[in-house]
Design a protein around this ligand. Sequence first.
Ligand code: SAH
Length: 255
Amino acid sequence: MMTRKTGHIALVGAGPGARDLLTLRALNRIQSADLVLFDRLVDPDIVELARDGAERIYVGKEVGRCAWPQGRIDRLIVAKAKLGLRVVRLKSGDPSVFGRACEEITAARAAGIEIEIVPGVTAASAAAASIARPLTERGETDSFVLTTGTARPGDAAPDRARLAHPGTSMAFYMAVQRAGEVQADLLAAGAPAACPVDIVERASTPTERHIATTLGQLAETIATQGVTNPAILFIRYPKSLAGALSDTPRGIFAA
Ligand code: SAH
């Protein structure tokens, strides 16, 4: 085991699920770790890439609920790095996208410990690839927004009226339970009911599922199809729908 006076913390993007969507850099950090912390969305196959002697700790985080409070994770990674260990904190997708990386970066810096971020394939990229539908389409969508359906308890929901503009492609994370609210906000802000929606559940895993619908039918589709997390909701307001009515479904948009 390689120890140093001060250890090292790496926040490593584990990708959306499929092991072969891991980067070579992520693989390198996982294989040289003394300690690997991981949560619910990280595939056990990826954790298994750690060397035999490495300690593995499940910190079981779920959307809006933590088996381990964030502060406890922060304290543990700092304490272990101070012992000179190489700590890998595996995060699903890309650590910088809805990954609560700020807390861990701040904790490491406050303790004077070196921290490295290893980017990963975020769920929206994997989901777009699975359905062969690019995140941006020339002439139709020139802005791509990563956003969330879930705000921190007590925080206001994101301002969705800002998003309801022709040319906008949106990927909603953590939005299955809030789909009705997202739908109502976008329609109220003038987005046409015919905006195409693609729901991708468990992208890149063997149980992946794709459902195509429209903004006007979104909440109903989620309920009737029994959509569950993790899922990405892609909502597109293409330029060709500018001026379409917000409350009259015009059928499914075909691109
Ligand atoms: N850092 C992660 C996102 C964590 S937030 C990333 O970059 O992908 C958790 C949300 O990510 C889930 O609620 C879901 O919206 C999305 N997600 C994560 N993995 C997914 C997958 N395999 N398929 C679809 N959505 C996924």
